[in-house]
Design a binder for this molecule. Structure first.
Ligand code: GDP
Length: 534
């Protein structure tokens, strides 16, 4: 391929500078806590949108499962965007979207593996909710630094001190408030900045569609105006001081403590402070370890890994997009890189960036950025791409399926499309495809959640015109196994050993009791749990 770019223009110094400007992060929250609203406000404060509310509302997203289909069809910003890039205070932010539904925990895991930090949004009336907990655990497993935003303080809620305790007790993350609210939830008068001991008030704007002014005064001044509320807040700040809930960079970067901000995304209160924190406290992309534990510096030649695949994003031209997180070096469109898995070259002529439904050609990207590679049907989730100096990043973990069903096409004339669709959806990580040696012509699917099956059948029909029938099985538990153990299991009966398409052997059990029993009767058999195995 003719080379119309000059890599020499991208010196290690320039790459380091660009890397340090970048903040690649995700917002994690339980549905309804305010992730969408906060995302909008980030875009508003960065100037990427002029008026909040311009991003398509996602009403009903949380409701029935079938709604997911409709929304996914509409391809609203939250679902198809994957990444929103915006500039703020001389930084380039890459905000990665995580799927909201719990059945997509595996996707979320992959997205978070492409982030350098996260913002955790909590509803002040609810505190830590089940989905927050799950997402937090994923962040913790990857040691991601987390900034906490206590949202909806304009509405009645719980005592913030109580919430601080709850966070620490429930998830073992120590909140270190940077701002502290004045007034109880529902009567939000402003915040105290614990660092410079000032009192900040916010101007309301209609529906929070525009940025209101902020006013900073001394606490003394505020005392005269709002007496008791500020006294209480000052007292609470002393208490925080006493228990040592102060910002500590080291433990924040290790994911052990979390700077906390109080606000209301809806009215824009506290949003700027939070955004500033992501800019100044959250880490830039750093060196990464490859699958042998060697360090790949950000200034090394280009490398990155595929953390998400999506097909048919644009119905007018059916395409496959591989989302690649850049880990080192400059990515320049037109480069021919190498796929570390297959050692085959991959041309990057069709590199894009996306914002909402708009797609534009991307010319250059730096560590922390996300590149969308179009026509990437030969790439798979977890693949590493590199230039010049070989590297391979660790495989992305596959979660243990918890539901299994045989699938067959009900229309034999469409069997080709059926096969193609199944391969595609497997590549995107929607489901895992297994083969039961006793029924070699009927693929057995493994899913982490019920919704994966819905998505699969819907997409096979709508995108591949293949009507299918699923036959559920009663298997619920899975272990990785090997040939000798699988031969022994075969003799026992009631256990199904299936081959996964990546070559792994999986043993499926109907209930935990049976699995435990077999393990205790045969401690020498090889039955290893997968991530998330029950
Ligand atoms: P998501 O499900 O986490 O994306 O939550 P949304 O951003 O869609 O918010 C859920 C609901 O809470 C919407 O009706 C928002 O208008 C509302 N909401 C979000 N942030 C605030 C806030 O700070 N104050 C109030 N009162 N409502 C909020």
């Amino acid at each position: 391929m003719d080379q119309d770019y000059n890599l020499a223009e991208y010196s290690p110094r320039l790459i380091a500078e660009q890397t340090n400007r970048r903040r690649t992060f995700a917002i994690i929250s339980h549905p309804d806590a305010g992730k969408t609203t906060l995302t909008e406000k980030f875009l508003l404060f960065s100037g990427a949108v002029i008026e909040a509310g311009s991003i398509k509302a996602r009403q009903g997203r949380r409701a029935a499962r079938s709604d997911w289909m409709a929304i996914e069809q509409q391809r609203g910003i939250s679902i198809s965007s994957t990444v929103m890039q915006f500039e703020y205070r001389s930084h380039t932010f890459n905000l990665l979207d995580t799927p909201g539904h719990r059945d997509f925990s595996e996707d979320t895991y992959r997205v978070l593996s492409a982030c350098d930090s996260a913002v955790m949004v909590l509803d002040v009336a609810k505190g830590i909710e089940p989905q927050t907990l799950k997402l937090f655990e994923v962040c913790r497993s990857q040691n991601l630094p987390i900034v906490t935003f206590l949202n909806k303080y304009d509405r009645p809620g719980r005592d913030p001190l109580e919430l601080i305790d709850e966070i620490e007790e429930m998830i073992g993350l120590q909140p270190t408030p940077i701002t502290w609210p004045v007034g109880p939830p529902g009567n939000f008068l402003g915040v105290i900045d614990r660092h410079d001991k000032t009192f900040i008030t916010y101007e309301r704007t209609a529906r929070g569609a525009h940025i209101g002014a902020e006013q900073k005064t001394t606490i003394e001044d505020a005392r005269d105006r709002i007496g008791t509320h500020i006294e209480k807040a000052v007292e609470e700040c002393s208490l925080l001081e006493e228990v040592g809930a102060n910002f500590d960079r080291e433990s924040f970067l290790q994911g052990k403590s979390s700077p906390l901000f109080v606000g209301s995304a809806l009215t824009n209160f506290g949003v700027k402070h939070l955004l500033d924190a992501v800019a100044t406290l959250s880490p830039p992309p750093g060196e990464r370890l490859d699958d042998e534990g060697n360090v790949r510096s950000v200034t090394a030649p280009f490398s990155g890994f595929v953390f998400k695949m999506q097909a048919n994003m644009n119905p007018s031209h059916r395409d496959h997009v591989a989302f690649v997180r850049v880990c080192s070096g400059a990515f320049i469109r037109g480069m021919t890189v190498v796929n570390a898995e297959t050692k085959r070259p991959f041309a990057t002529k069709y590199a894009t960036t996306m914002f909402g439904n708009e797609r534009s050609t991307l010319e250059v990207a730096f560590p922390g950025d996300i590149v969308g590679l179009v026509n990437a049907s030969e790439l798979r989730i977890g693949d590493t791409l590199y230039l010049d100096e070989p590297v391979k990043y660790p495989e992305l973990i596959t979660f243990a399926p918890e539901l299994f069903a045989y699938i067959r096409s009900t229309d034999t004339a469409k069997s080709k499309q059926f096969k193609k669709g199944l391969e595609q959806l497997e590549r995107e990580g929607v489901i895992q495809v297994l083969f039961d040696p006793k029924q070699p012509n009927t693929p057995l699917l493994g899913a982490v959640g019920e919704m994966q099956f819905d998505v699969l059948t819907y997409r096979l029909e709508s995108e591949f015109q293949a009507k299918v029938e699923l036959r559920r099985t009663s298997y619920r538990f899975v272990r990785l196994t090997d040939e000798p153990t699988s031969a022994a299991l075969d003799k026992l009966g009631g256990v199904l050993v299936a081959h996964r398409s990546d070559g792994e052997l999986l043993a499926l059990f109907e209930n935990e009791f049976r699995l435990k029993r077999i393990q205790s009767d045969h401690p020498d058999w090889n039955l290893e749990p997968l991530v998330g195995s029950g």
